[in-house]
Write a protein that binds this ligand. Structure first.
Ligand SMILES: [Cu+2]
Length: 128
């Protein structure tokens, strides 16, 4: 069924768009054997989750986000996340500021970029 899946993807994009810039958990999604967005930005210390909205991943174990930059000992990685599930990317919150390439261990052709920015300045106190 194509229509419900498309609607689900749209709903997911709206949820992502609604996240405030200071959110402590970044969100990426996978569909059509691609990551969206292809370049994910988080602040240092943030978590990152991957939502698998990819029906094309059903015959496989799912999708991961695995560091490519240091492939022998990735600093961030996830277990395969199945279609319809959302999973956390382990290790992301301790990665230094910088730019990192990542891929899917199940589908090595899936490629993305993680940009870890400095932490945002503290929010000003709310006036009472
Ligand atoms: Cu994959």
């Amino acid at each position: 069924m194509v229509r419900p899946l498309r609607f689900g993807v749209l709903a997911a994009l709206l949820v992502i768009a609604a996240q405030p810039a200071s959110a402590a958990t970044g969100q990426a999604m996978a569909t059509g054997l691609q990551y969206f967005p292809a370049t994910v930005g988080i602040h240092k210390g943030d978590k990152l989750v991957l939502g698998n909205f990819d029906a094309a991943s059903v015959p496989s174990a799912g999708h991961t986000i695995t560091e490519t930059t240091r492939a022998s000992r990735p600093r961030f990685d996830s277990p395969p996340i199945r279609f319809g599930e959302t999973g956390e990317i382990n290790g992301v919150s301790s990665v230094p500021v910088g730019t990192y390439q990542f891929h899917c261990r199940v589908h090595p052709g899936m490629r993305g970029t993680l940009v870890v920015k400095p932490p945002p300045p503290p929010e000003p106190p709310t006036p009472r």
